[in-house]
Design a binder for this molecule. Sequence first.
Ligand code: NAD
Length: 257
Amino acid sequence: MRLAGKLAVITAAASGMGRAGVELFIREGARVVAVDVDPGKLEALVAEMRGKGGDVQAIVADLTKTEDCKRFVDEAAALLGGIDILWNHAGTPGPAGVENLDLQAYETSLALNVTSGILASGQVIGHMRKRGGGSIIFTASVSGIVGSMLSPIYSSQKFAVVGLTMSLAQRFAPDKVRVNAICPGPIDTAMLPGFLARDGGGANELASNTQKILAAIPMGRVGRPEEIAHAALWLASDDSSYVTGIALPVDGGMVCR
Ligand SMILES: NC(=O)c1ccc[n+]([C@@H]2O[C@H](COP(=O)([O-])OP(=O)(O)OC[C@H]3O[C@@H](n4cnc5c(N)ncnc54)[C@H](O)[C@@H]3O)[C@@H](O)[C@H]2O)c1
């Protein structure tokens, strides 16, 4: 087991890739705190994982809120007795274009995509120092490596996540805390249709954008949540002990074209 005895926290954990991460980390021996804004989905996740014998606890938090970003870290540390791994997975597509921008929606996406990770990292580093090290993982995106025509705001915020990763990797290296980002391509989760239905939001955009995206992926398919969870497992575990500051594409070859 790759995470035997490790204390792990995952945000946006009640669905999609985060949920796959909870399941995989438990299977690999971690004790996990799942953080999400949706209490109903968290409850269902905890019931299912405990039914399989998993050591999982839940914290309800809205990570667009400053106070929740700090609170969940300290509460998770109290529940687990420390934190070795923090996967900052929460994020949102946010507003589509820059024309007639809804500033409120922009601020909310900035809060979730960027600020939440900054606040949580600033809060968790003290807990990781007490454990003698740790691993912080961010979920960025292929849109954090190359610009996105459909989602310029999302792309700017995911570039910020990659910049944050590379900066914190240097800053936290003396503390034996590694900091890395995963850059997923399109992954089959509840969030994907929201991206693909841009710009008009109708069925036509969904169909034509889906075709365009598939044509841009050398492997010719979208990814599965477990394929991102496995990348997170590698970055969380000692298997990646000499890896810090990377932005790892897990994208079927999308950004290598
Ligand atoms: N799905 C994709 O194609 C794709 C591709 C690249 C990157 N991403 C990134 O992956 C992450 C999303 O993961 P997913 O695709 O597994 O999504 P998902 O829609 O399956 O799950 C998102 C989860 O986030 C939770 N959430 C939403 N707002 C929240 C908030 N304010 N506070 C706390 N939790 C909140 C939801 O309740 C839900 O459980 C984001 O960071 C996104 O930018 C997704």
